[in-house]
Design a protein around this ligand. Sequence first.
Ligand SMILES: NC(=O)c1ccc[n+]([C@@H]2O[C@H](COP(=O)([O-])OP(=O)(O)OC[C@H]3O[C@@H](n4cnc5c(N)ncnc54)[C@H](OP(=O)(O)O)[C@@H]3O)[C@@H](O)[C@H]2O)c1
Length: 253
Amino acid sequence: MKLHQKTFIITGATSGMGRAIALEFAKEGANLILSGRDKIKGKILLKEIEEIGGQAEFLAGDVGDIQYNQQLVELAVKSFRQLDGLVTNAGMLGLGSVTELDPSDWDTTFRTNVDSVFFLLKFALPELLKRPAAAVVVNSSIAAYKSFPNHPAYCASKAALLALAKQMAVDYGPTVRINTICPGPVDTPFIHASAVAFPDPKKAVENAGKNTLLKRLGEPDDIAKLVLFLASEESSWITGSAFTIDGGILAAG
Ligand SMILES: NC(=O)c1ccc[n+]([C@@H]2O[C@H](COP(=O)([O-])OP(=O)(O)OC[C@H]3O[C@@H](n4cnc5c(N)ncnc54)[C@H](OP(=O)(O)O)[C@@H]3O)[C@@H](O)[C@H]2O)c1
């Protein structure tokens, strides 16, 4: 098992990619601290993890809240005595062009997508630095490279994550490896919410799959496999890197 006796915090675990990552990590023997706001979905996920023999705790809260991030780290140490890694995956869209977007929505998007990563790492790094091979995986997006209509706060926040992750890899190597993934269109509730910013949302989702070189949307499990690789010691010489996982949509232009 690739994550045997390792403890990870996964944010945005109640849905989509975070849920798939949680199940994949549990199958590989990890102990998990799961984060999300939806307590019902959190409870269902805990049951699924228990059924496959995994060990996990769920703590509901908003990743934009500083104290909540501290509590996640404290829970990891209290429940499993150690913290070996993080998957910072929670995110929001904050749709609207610059002229339409309320400054408070811009702030909330940055708070949720970027500040949350700073908060969690701030509390987690002292624990991660105690471990021999800690790994952090940050979920950005191809939106860090490619612009989408009415997504200014989203695109800017996801680009900020690339720089933040690379910078932290400099300060906390060689003990803590920190990498970023940049998914393309993945079939989760998020892509349907994002499509609302396009003139024909249904067509936008269809086209997102068709425009990849592999002619389909990504599945959450496609992403979970890459995150597992980056979190495990199979990627022990990789840090400060960003991995596009997008069915080739960026290459297609
Ligand atoms: N789907 C795509 O095409 C795509 C492509 C590239 C990147 N991404 C990125 O992938 C990540 C996961 O998205 P997904 O597609 O799996 O979407 P999803 O199914 O909608 O899941 C989003 C997750 O983020 C959590 N979340 C959102 N805001 C939160 C907050 N303020 N506090 C705590 N948790 C919060 C949600 O939890 P609750 O519902 O419990 O609050 C949920 O678990 C996001 O960062 C997104 O930007 C998605």
